[in-house]
Every structure is written in structure tokens, then in C-alpha cells.
Design a protein around this ligand. Structure first.
Ligand code: DGJ
Length: 713
């Protein structure tokens, strides 16, 4: 029974495996947040519900912690709900009026707490779905307009999270830009507000809707961490507000900026899910909870990622059947399982200046249609995958010439072009129908098993093109809703096809799109060293099981850095392995070594797909980065270690492993041919493994396998 209502105290208790979340109804009928942290005896927290004494200068709402409040009365904090009623009243007072619990067991129970404005029939249902085994709660808010006239909704947050008083607060989040996504940042939160948001129409590379909060002392392996992630791929906002009374509250949901909309009589609006969690074992514990949640509750498929080859970096737009056939033949020799043709196969797409929107196979590039290539790819035992960017259009395209009114635009403005393209207004039913139709045709007419769905620009001039139309929020929200609906429909129509989310690199990855995407392209930056920090930041919030990584050229175009093939493979093997190099130019030795790495990857990828990840060392703290993946019962692990630069002779360093069984015996073996050894789990975890790394930019893959009798039984 993870959800308990203590009637005598009017107290709600949400109990997960290792956390308690408590809130109650106070004398004034408002919901008060009481506690979130390690399990406690709920009824002993009831005293917190009493009004706290305060001066007559301060309003009670400033001192107390509303579980979810409206903008009204003396409430100045970031509101859950801001609305204007038809009579012009712009004041929302939410009063508790009951609850229901749906579902019955640990996995299915969901609490709905019903609130209603004191005067108007505007109802809010706060939903709480505990994910018991991972100490998470999925929250969302559902609005119902029971008035006889429309209500203008100016802000509606999915949830407000509160963390009890801490002496200090530190926010950890990610930031970045194209080719530099998921850079981790930590900073103290002082009084005032820190807003992380996107106004770009998609999730964005500059920020991501995930946060972690601690008192400044948590580490990778210890300390209390509160965290959350919003499942929304459009404009989003997380506002973290620290009050002068020492409280903190995190409001998250669809961004209210340019976001007001009318909720018609009888209409309902459901916010996206904002999942929150508590971890007592530091940032590593937090990430593993999020990873397991994604694997078990979010990801549409759980099988390990197929090894893919993608021709983008090899050919860019210069796609033609002859070169593709040659690349496919080489890819098959490496053990590749999925051959993907990227941008450039369709319309007059010879550069990023033309063709986008014209989703028919270019007959000069493929005189015998796509089938010739697909046939060869399949004959060589691989699946065929294709790149698309359905939401975009080049002005120089048949589609734009036919439908200039399909793009986002304002009637008196020239549209902004980014990457020489406009964005289609996917909110329009005819545009949604077009995308669904051409994708259906593509997937019906060709034997395609994989789609890489790209989106290479943000939304600008978010209008429908008509004079006097007031679309505002409905435009922002509808684009995302239609996108989700299209993906859901395509998945239903073509259950054998897997999908990758991509947006000019990793600009559309969040718990919303990950419900539909099997895998995610996290950055166009394929420099294996830069990738370590991009991948590390990504795994704070998201599971390595969906994280796609390619081995590409040396020197790499981004930094001109030449890294050994082993390093490039080790870096890319920590997620879904792909190869994106011009393998036509690889020597026989490189081909042979690459095939060996692909073989090793196939042996360890179940650990990437289903194992727990431990971040053992980070380049943010030293010249070593190391990551371990271990299966659920500690029977098998793989470790990747990277040394950036050796200096002053270096001292011997040991890597302390995690997640093993202390008394079990393990064989430890590198992939470099060095002799293995056998040690107890306790020795490997506490004394550690000597790191056999010397030099600059060198790496090591270590396999750890239980070999004692217990494992054999
Ligand atoms: C951006 C993607 O991130 C790349 O991988 C590639 O698909 C290009 N778009 C193609 O235009």
C-alpha cells in the first residue's frame, strides 16, 4: 500500500521502497507539503500541519509550504496555476475537496487529490503515481473548467516539489549548445529564482528539463539528493525558488511564456508528467534510479541496441548507390547489424539548401530505387535504416512551393530561416496528416527497420499565418501533442520499426519523447574525448541503454584531435555502439581491430542495456575517467577507463569497483591481451584494481566475471 490517507490527521503518505512523501490538509483547507526524504512514521509529522507563528506583516502562505497553489491572495511564489475568469477576476484560491485512489497494488496505485477554486468551478486534480521500487513519484495536474464560460489559463505547472529546510541548497543541471550538449553544472541556490527553460519549441541543447538538488555536500557515492525530470519535448520551464524564509520549491511544467490559452466550458487540460525522486546514496544512486525507471517504465523496447553504421560523416549529402553499396559491404565485415543512410537520399537534397520536404527517392542517386541498396544490405545480414526530418522544409522544395502556408509564420513578417529551412506547423491537422501519410508510405513501400527522426531547427514566428488569430499556447502545445500522436501511430502501424530521436544532435531528449524512441542521438560531436563529458552529463538524467555513440575518424573534425581506435571504440561502447567513419578508407589492420571491438561489444552490451552504471571517476575531477556497468546480481561487470594525460611519472592508481558481491571470486581481464587475475569482490571494491594506463589519451576495457562455485550453480 504505497498510498495511505491518515484520516485523523488529514494526512497523505506516499511510501516508496526507501522514501516517504507527506502532505496534508490544514485548517484553512489548503494543501501543505510536509516532508520528503528517508522513510519516517507519517503521523509523527502531523504537527507540521499546524499554522506556524509569524508576524502580522507576513502572510501565512509565505511561511508555509503549499503543495500546489494558485496565484491569488498574498501568494507571490511561483504558482501552480494562474488564471483569469470570464468576469475579469485574476485570483485563484484552491481548496481541498477530497481524494480518490485508483489501482490496487504497488505498481498500479495512483492518488488523485481534488481541489477547486473557492468561488468558481475550476477544478484541479493533482495526480501522484508512486513508482515504488525506484523511489519516484510521477506527478501531473489535470484542469477541468466547470464554468459556463471559458477561463484563460496563464500558467499551469505539472507539479510543485518542495524540499525541507536545508542549511544550503545546490542545484545540479546540464547546459550546452550544438556539439557540446549535456555539460554538467553545479551552483548554490541563493534567495531568488533560478529558471531553467526552453522557449525554442523543442527540448533544446542549451538546457534539459531535469534537476538535482542537495545541500552542497552530496557526492557521487553519498548524500541526500532530490531530483526530477519533466516529460515534455516542447517549451518547458523549471523554476527553482528559494524564499527568504529558507524554503525551496521547484515548479515545473509547460512554459507559460507566450503560453496563455483559453480552456473552454467543460474542457480538460492534462499537464505532462513531472517525475520526482529522492536518493539517499548520492548522485550515482539518483542516476541509477532514473535509469531503471526509464528501462522499466519508459523505453518502448528493452533489447540491447543493434550495432549500426551511419554514412553521414563519410558522405554527408553526396549520397549515391555505388558508394553506399561499398560502405555497406565494409560495414557487414565489421559485424554491423543495422545500416543507416542519413540525410541526402531524397528530392534535390545535395546540400542543406534544398529538397527538405520532398520525401521521394532521388532517381539519379538511386536509379534502381532504394531496393537495390536495401536488398544488398539485407543479403549481408544487416537491417536497413533511413534518416528523415519530417517537421522541416527548405524554401527551395516542391513541398514549400505547393504549401507555403504550412510553415510557422506571422502574416507581416518574413520567416527566420535556420539551416536554410523553415519549420512546418505540425499543429495544423493537414500538416500532421501529410507527415503521417508520407511516413506510412515510406515504411510500407520499403523494407525499413529503423528511422532516425531529426529536427534541425527551433520554432520561430510561432503563428498560423492568419491575421488576427490568437493561437499562442495552443500552437506550442499542439506541435508536441501531434508529434507524440504521429510517433504513437507509426509505432502501432509498424511495430517492427525502431526509432531514434535526434535534433541537430541531442536537442530533443526528455522523458516525453523517450516513451516513443528506442534510442537517442545525443550529440553531433563525435570526438571521443569530448564525448566522455557529453555522455557523463547525459547519464546523470538518462539511461546509457538509449545513448547512441559513434566511432568516427582520427583526426576528428571537431577538435582536430587524433585518438587511437581503441579509445574511440571504448568511448562509444559505453552506450549503443555505432560506426560513423569513412570505413572505405580504413586499413586492413583497422578493419580487423574494429571487427574485434564490435565482437567484444556484442558480448558486453547486455550490461549496457540492463546493467547498473557506476561513475567511478570523472575528468571533471582528475585526469582519469572511469565507468562501470554491472548486472543486477553482481555476477558480471565491464569497466571503461580513460587517462587524459600522464605527467611527473604518475603514481600507481587504483580503481575501486562497485556493485560486486564481497565474498565472491571474480576473474578480471583486460581486452588488451594482458594476463587476467582472480580476486574477491571485497578486494576489487575496497583495495581496487591497479590501473594499467600510461601515456596520453589511453584507455582500457576491463571485464569482470564471477567465477566461484555460487555463480556456477
Ligand atoms: C543533424 C544530425 O544530428 C546529424 O547526425 C545528421 O543526421 C544531420 N543532421 C543531417 O542533416
Amino acid at each position: 500500500m504505497p498510498i495511505i490517507y491518515h484520516e485523523n490527521h488529514r494526512l497523505f503518505e506516499i511510501r516508496t521502497a526507501r522514501a516517504s512523501y507527506l502532505f496534508g490538509v490544514n485548517d484553512a483547507g489548503t494543501l501543505q507539503h510536509l516532508y520528503w526524504g528517508e522513510p519516517i512514521h507519517a503521523e509523527e509529522a502531523a504537527e507540521l500541519l499546524k499554522s506556524r507563528s509569524h508576524s502580522s506583516f507576513d502572510a501565512a502562505v509565505d511561511r508555509e509550504t503549499e503543495e500546489y497553489g494558485g496565484w491569488g491572495g498574498a501568494s507571490y511564489a511561483e504558482p501552480g496555476l494562474k488564471a483569469t475568469f470570464a468576469d475579469g477576476v485574476r485570483d485563484v484560491r484552491l481548496i481541498y475537496c477530497g481524494y480518490t485512489i485508483e489501482g490496487a497494488d504497488e505498481d498500479g496505485e495512483e492518488l488523485a487529490v481534488h481541489l477547486e477554486d473557492a468561488q468558481y468551478a475550476l477544478r484541479v486534480e493533482l495526480r501522484y503515481k508512486p513508482i515504488h521500487r525506484h523511489d519516484l513519484i510521477e506527478r501531473r495536474a489535470i484542469l477541468r473548467n466547470g464554468e459556463t464560460s471559458p477561463v484563460r489559463i496563464e500558467q499551469v505547472m505539472a507539479a510543485l516539489w518542495s524540499v525541507g529546510r536545508l542549511p544550503d541548497y545546490r542545484l545540479t543541471h546540464v547546459t550546452g549548445r550544438w556539439a557540446g550538449e549535456y555539460q554538467l553544472r553545479s551552483a548554490p541556490l541563493t534567495e531568488g529564482k533560478k529558471v531553467l527553460e526552453s522557449r525554442r519549441g523543442f527540448t533544446g541543447p542549451h538546457a534539459n528539463p531535469w534537476f538535482a538538488l542537495d545541500d552542497g555536500s552530496a557526492s557521487e557515492t553519498a548524500g541526500r539528493v532530490w531530483f526530477g525530470a519533466l516529460a515534455w519535448s516542447g517549451n518547458w520551464k523549471l523554476a527553482l525558488e528559494r524564499t527568504t524564509f529558507g524554503g525551496i520549491r521547484i515548479a515545473g511544467g509547460v512554459n507559460d511564456f507566450d503560453g496563455a490559452f483559453a480552456l473552454a466550458e467543460g474542457e480538460t487540460y492534462a499537464s505532462p508528467v513531472f517525475v520526482g525522486g529522492f536518493a539517499a546514496g548520492g548522485f550515482g544512486d539518483m542516476s541509477r534510479k532514473l535509469h531503471r525507471y526509464q528501462r522499466e517504465e519508459i523505453q518502448p523496447t528493452r533489447a540491447p541496441r543493434k550495432v549500426l553504421y551511419n554514412s553521414w560523416e563519410a558522405t554527408e549529402f553526396a549520397v549515391n548507390v555505388r558508394d553506399q553499396l561499398a560502405l555497406a559491404e565494409r560495414a557487414a565485415k565489421l559485424g554491423v547489424e543495422r545500416y543507416v543512410v542519413d540525410d541526402g537520399w531524397f528530392g534535390e537534397r545535395h546540400s542543406d539548401r534544398a529538397g527538405l520536404g520532398d520525401w521521394h527517392v532521388n532517381a539519379e542517386k538511386f536509379p534502381n530505387g532504394l531496393e537495390e541498396l536495401i536488398g544488398a544490405v539485407k543479403e549481408q545480414g544487416m537491417e536497413f535504416g533511413l534518416w528523415v526530418e519530417p517537421e522541416s522544409v527548405n524554401p527551395d522544395s516542391e513541398l514549400f512551393r505547393r504549401h507555403p502556408d504550412w510553415i510557422y509564420r506571422f502574416p507581416t513578417r518574413d520567416g527566420t530561416q535556420l539551416r536554410n529551412q523553415y519549420l512546418l506547423n505540425l499543429g495544423k491537422p493537414e500538416v500532421k496528416a501529410f507527415v503521417l501519410a508520407f511516413m506510412t508510405e515510406l515504411l510500407s513501400n520499403h523494407d525499413i527497420s529503423f528511422i532516425k527522426w531529426d529536427m534541425n531547427r527551433t520554432v520561430t514566428e510561432p503563428g498560423g499565418g492568419e491575421s488576427g488569430a490568437d493561437e499562442t499556447a495552443s500552437v506550442w502545445i499542439r506541435h508536441v501533442e501531434h508529434l507524440y500522436e504521429i510517433w504513437a501511430e507509426l509505432r502501432a502501424r509498424f511495430p517492427h520499426v525502431e526509432f531514434e530521436t535526434c535534433a541537430g544532435g541531442g536537442a530533443r531528449i526528455d522523458l516525453g519523447i523517450l516513451r516513443y524512441a528506442d534510442q537517442a542521438w545525443i550529440s553531433d560531436n563525435t570526438d571521443a574525448r569530448d564525448r566522455l563529458s557529453i555522455q557523463e552529463g547525459f547519464t546523470y538524467a538518462y539511461s546509457p541503454s538509449v545513448m547512441m555513440c559513434w566511432v568516427t575518424e582520427a583526426p576528428n573534425g571537431f577538435n582536430g584531435r587524433s585518438l587511437p581506435l581503441s579509445y574511440r571504440f571504448h568511448s562509444a561502447m559505453m552506450g549503443g555502439l555505432g560506426i560513423g567513419a569513412d570505413i572505405g578508407r580504413w586499413s586492413a589492420e583497422e578493419m580487423e581491430a574494429a571487427a574485434r571491438y564490435v565482437g567484444v561489444y556484442k558480448e558486453i552490451r547486455h550490461l549496457i542495456a540492463e546493467g547498473d552504471q557506476y561513475r567511478l571517476a570523472s575528468l571533471r575531477e582528475s585526469n582519469i575517467a572511469a565507468y562501470q556497468y554491472v548486472d543486477a546480481d553482481g555476477g558480471e561487470a565491464v569497466v571503461f577507463a580513460f587517462l587524459q594525460a600522464q605527467s611527473f611519472g604518475g603514481t600507481e592508481r587504483r580503481l575501486r569497483l562497485r556493485g560486486l558481491v564481497p565474498d565472491a571470486l571474480y576473474e578480471v581481464r583486460g581486452d588488451d591481451g594482458s594476463p587476467g587475475f582472480v580476486r574477491h569482490g571485497s578486494t576489487l571494491m575496497h583495495l581496487g584494481v591497479p590501473l594499467a594506463l600510461r601515456g596520453d589519451d589511453v584507455s582500457w576495457l576491463l571485464r569482470v566475471k564471477r567465477v566461484d562455485a555460487t555463480a556456477a550453480n
